[in-house]
Ligand binder design. Structure first.
Ligand code: ADP
Length: 243
């Protein structure tokens, strides 16, 4: 890691505006695009009362601002590439120091590169926080099908899937009645590029996390989301008990 120092001033611990609680934990949901990170994060955020921090959602809201930065983010996302590390690292650092993160938080879609993983480890160490990484394992062949069938409510963010979780009325959100939208990067060529970026830049992190003993594998291929969330909650409890 060249651009920022790995070491940190020990005095920093406890020097944050909103100090973290004793049981605070960074729960990292890790997996390929389409592995269900967003769905799990939404369920777990309400069950564990921890805020859901999605770098994809943060980038999409920034992209809605029609300025140079917004247009750059849009171009990168529509190409299926990753946004530069410095940008996402800064966004996450600012976000985790908000008061609602005091008892921990759920990271969805971050870290995605080795430099991001090093950054998050540094941020957590400086705050005295532990990380638990949940690896959502899904057969590669299933991912493209899942992503092309994905729809989202532009108002409340509820996720649907035409194959596994269709809305009650075709094309409309069950809650808001709003017309469901397809994400700009959920077209097949862009999906392929996102999966390539995952293979090249993100998948190698599995061994990095495994080496530090904080990774747990969860089978997320076929089982219903509620069952997967139950298993993750159990892993969180076991992890907390081991601290
Ligand atoms: P998915 O996990 O299905 O790809 P996300 O909403 O997490 O969906 O991400 C969508 C896009 O946002 C990515 O393809 C990438 O361009 C950008 N992005 C999200 N998180 C990161 C990150 N941590 N680092 C770099 N780019 C990111």
């Amino acid at each position: 890691m060249a651009d920022f120092a790995l070491s940190f001033d020990e005095d920093l611990e406890g020097a944050f505006l909103y100090p973290f609680g004793e049981d605070a934990l960074a729960l990292i949901l890790f997996g390929a695009p389409g592995s269900g990170k967003g769905t799990q994060a939404k369920i777990l955020s309400s069950e564990l009362a921890m805020p859901h921090i999605s770098t994809g959602d943060m980038l999409r809201s920034r992209m809605d601002v029609d300025d140079a930065l917004g247009r750059t983010i849009l171009a990168v996302m529509k190409s299926g590439q990753l946004v530069p590390d410095e940008m996402v690292n800064r966004m996450v650092e600012e976000r985790i120091d908000q008061p609602d993160c005091q008892h921990g938080f759920i990271l969805d879609g971050y870290p995605r590169t080795l430099r991001q993983a090093e950054m998050v480890e540094w941020l957590l160490a400086a705050r005295g926080l532990k990380q638990l990484v949940i690896h959502l394992q899904v057969d590669y062949n299933k991912l493209v099908g899942r992503l092309t069938a994905r729809r989202q409510c532009p108002q409340c963010g509820t996720l649907y899937n035409l194959l596994s979780k269709p809305p009650l009325v075709m094309g409309r959100c069950d809650i808001e009645g709003a017309k469901l939208t397809i994400r700009a990067d959920d077209s097949e060529p862009v999906i392929r590029q996102r999966l390539e970026a995952y293979e090249a830049q993100t998948r190698p992190l599995i061994e990095h996390f495994r080496g530090s003993g904080c990774l747990r594998d969860v089978d997320a291929s076929e089982r219903p989301p509620a069952e997967i969330a139950r298993e993750i909650r159990q892993l969180v409890e076991e992890f907390r008990a081991s601290l």
